[in-house]
Design a protein around this ligand. Sequence first.
Ligand code: ZN
Length: 182
Amino acid sequence: MMRDSANDCPFPKRFPSQLLRDDAFFMTLAYNQAIDGWRRDEVPIGAVIEYGGEPIAAAHNEVESTGDPTAHAEMLALTQASRALGDWRLNGATLFVTKEPCPMCSGAALMSRLARVVYAVPDPKMGCLGGVTDLNGIPTLNHHFSITRGILELECRQLLQAFFREKRNSFPSAVDETQSPE
Ligand SMILES: [Zn+2]
């Protein structure tokens, strides 16, 4: 089968031990989702939602393939998780995402009442959980979650930077830099 070389992701997926279900484990699953995104020519951002020690949702960015600006990995994962739990309230669930959530996804994470958000790469351009601003810090909100930063940051950053480097070299005029980590 012929493959479009532009979609060949040079980074292999990782296979963490199932025994140690720590933050790095779930972030590795999100990292693997990001690689799936790259293979479909999407900005490589992945998200996983953990509940009760199990992944109940896994998604990657699908903005290009769906033509939908809301099809960020986090949004798709939140929808999956709500279906899995049969409740829009995701109390007790943790979102793992390879890049700091944008304004839309930070807002959706708050609206879904997640217990915790874990992200890998901070985003000083668009990040709304500490990068540019911190929506979780709005004092009048009736729900807040805890935030853990920097899990697998190096790996997830390298993935994003390599993707944008390749896009710049191949299609300089077509690169949407809004999700670039640089
Ligand atoms: Zn987003």
